[in-house]
Design a protein around this ligand. Structure first.
Ligand SMILES: Nc1ncnc2c1ncn2[C@@H]1O[C@H](COP(=O)(O)OP(=O)(O)OP(=O)(O)O)[C@@H](O)[C@H]1O
Ligand SMILES: [Mg+2]
Length: 154
């Protein structure tokens, strides 16, 4: 994406369909629940394949680094679609937050659970290629929430 060698093909994508496909492949570990609060037909403008890749990264991150309760939500907000992946784990270590979306960022506990630290960097490039934005919010009292704002087809 950065070098202009990868392209994205933007079209309307049904988030509930994309998510169903993602969760068929990225199965929750034993003891982890995934609650999906996505209305049927909630659609965004994105590359369908790339959107699944980035949702997979956020959900697998929640499996690896988050808690046992994961919630994926989509809601319309000010004419955009807000898609969030929340967990009830320890949240992103504070020292990591400023560089969270840079390549090769990995926390002190990431070593044992694999991963190369490029998932979020790629996710950010992808979301921006869709014309959207991605950010992190720490949850109260604890937990991580990753938010994606994307345009909706009109
Ligand atoms: N839900 C989460 N809760 C707590 N920490 C997280 C969460 N998601 C990501 N992180 C932290 O952010 C780091 C970067 O995540 P990123 O997805 O970019 O890389 P990775 O998962 O380590 O490797 P890769 O995605 O390349 O396989 C992780 O290593 C972890 O320390
Ligand atoms: Mg990852």
């Amino acid at each position: 994406l950065e070098g202009g060698r990868a392209s994205v093909r933007i079209s309307p994508v049904d988030v509930s369909v994309a998510l169903r496909r993602v969760l068929e492949t990225a199965l929750a570990p034993e003891g982890t629940s995934v609650e999906v609060r996505v209305p049927e037909g909630a659609s965004v403008l994105a590359d369908p394949v790339r959107l699944e890749q980035l949702l997979t990264n956020l959900i697998v991150n929640a499996y690896r680094y988050g808690g046992s309760r994961i919630v994926v939500e989509a809601s319309e907000e000010a004419g955009h679609m807000l898609v969030t992946v929340s967990d009830n784990g320890g949240g992103v270590p504070v020292e990591l937050i400023p560089v969270l979306f840079e390549p090769f960022t990995r926390g002190p506990t990431s070593g044992a659970v694999g991963g190369s630290g490029i998932g979020l960097a790629i996710s950010k490039l992808l979301v921006e290629a869709f014309g959207g934005s991605i950010w992190y919010e720490a949850r109260n009292p604890h937990g991580a929430r990753f938010c994606i704002r994307l345009a909706m087809p009109r």
